[in-house]
Ligand binder design. Structure first.
Ligand SMILES: NC(=[NH2+])NCCC[C@H](N)C(=O)O
Ligand SMILES: [Mn+2]
Ligand SMILES: [Mn+2]
Length: 349
């Protein structure tokens, strides 16, 4: 009994330090994978983002950075489509590997950055994170909701279905796909917020409505302003308790003029400053635990510049999520002191 008490206390301490005291060190993990969709090139995303100076930029922030390099994904020669879904076994297997890698980076106490690759990788990334931190919440920044099921998906592509694998509420709507027997739904609809939506399929619309998922479309951002959107987002997820945040950032959330090198661009996206505001506010909570930066596709840039601006925007978004500030200086922020809401104050103490 005594031993059991000690063990559970030990596990509890381990658990709370793993899942709460963030940003002592950063782990970077590349996932060069593209079979969640049909266009080639997105597997070169991690290299493009590293070449744009990611590691150097993160080294200028205040904590050690561990670059764990890129995972290596095996090619399966036989991977026939299942219910119009291409490459199910390859996507399932890659995500299992990624889940284990993210899980162990989180268990080692690192704030973890996953570089994609296509957005199907969020399945493994969020799942691995949730195994370590079961009470995490998810902020999905994207032009798309990626919440199709194999039955509603117009394209079949798994990068448009990642969230459907996670949600407990969709369990009965998800067929068993080959390669995915290891994933059991782990997230509740109330623990998810979308920001930046502007291209939602009819089946996705029905799911979002039915489950009452908190969404901020581009129209909501125009109407409320990004400051209010983040206030409501963080309030929705954190007002009851402090919990680890998983940020899944699809580069196509940004306007295509800023992020042209991506597979499914949609006009009318986030401005540079809206993107940075989102990540600064998430950093300010002190609760960011894992982030994904996905869908940078260097092959789809019309020119070298187009690829470089996209990759360097990805670097800015990551650095800002991890504390790079626009207010500089060790002597405290410039500008007018900010008054914060109660929720935000609670996080900052
Ligand atoms: N991660 C992405 N870029 N997803 C785009 C998804 C597009 C479309 N909704 C689909 O299901 O195919
Ligand atoms: Mn998208
Ligand atoms: Mn996406």
């Amino acid at each position: 009994m005594a031993l059991r008490g000690t063990l559970s206390r030990l596990l509890r301490t381990q658990f709370s330090t793993t899942c709460q005291n963030r940003t002592h060190s950063v782990a970077v993990l590349g996932a060069p994978f593209s079979k969640g969709q049909k266009r080639r090139g997105v597997e070169h995303g991690p290299k493009a983002i590293r070449d744009a100076g990611l590691i150097e930029r993160l080294s200028n922030l205040d904590y050690p950075v561990h670059d764990f390099g890129d995972l290596s994904f095996q090619n399966l020669d036989k991977d026939e489509p299942y219910m119009q879904v291409p490459f199910p076994r390859s996507v399932g297997r890659a995500n299992k590997l990624l889940s284990e890698a993210v899980g162990s980076a989180v268990a080692s106490g690192h704030t973890t950055v996953m570089l994609g690759g296509d957005h199907s990788l969020a399945i493994g990334s969020v799942e691995g994170h949730a195994r370590q931190c079961p009470d995490l919440c998810l902020i999905w920044v994207d032009a798309h909701a990626d919440i199709n099921t194999p039955l509603t998906s117009p394209s079949g592509n798994l990068h448009g279905q990642s969230v459907a694998f996670m949600l407990k509420e969709l369990q009965n709507k998800m067929p068993e796909l080959p390669g995915f027997s290891w994933v059991k739904p782990f997230l509740s609809a109330k623990d998810l917020v979308y920001i930046g939506l502007r291209d939602v399929d009819p089946g996705e619309y029905d799911i979002l409505k039915e489950l009452g998922i908190q969404c901020f479309t581009m129209r909501d951002i125009d109407r409320l302003g990004i400051q209010r959107v983040m206030e409501v987002t963080l309030d929705h997820l954190l007002s009851r308790k402090q919990r680890p945040i998983h940020l899944s950032f699809d580069i196509d959330a940004m306007d295509p003029s800023l992020a042209p090198a991506t597979g499914t661009p949609v006009n009318g996206g986030l401005t540079y400053r809206e993107g940075i505001w989102i990540t600064e506010e998430i950093h300010n909570t002190g609760l960011l635990s894992v982030m994904d930066l996905v869908e940078v596709n260097p092959v789809l840039g019309a020119s070298r510049e187009a690829v470089e601006v996209t990759a360097s925007l990805a670097v800015d978004i990551i650095a800002s999520s991890l504390g790079q500030s626009r207010q500089g200086g060790l002597l405290g922020p410039l500008g007018i002191p900010e008054t914060r809401t109660n929720t935000q104050n609670m996080q900052l103490e």
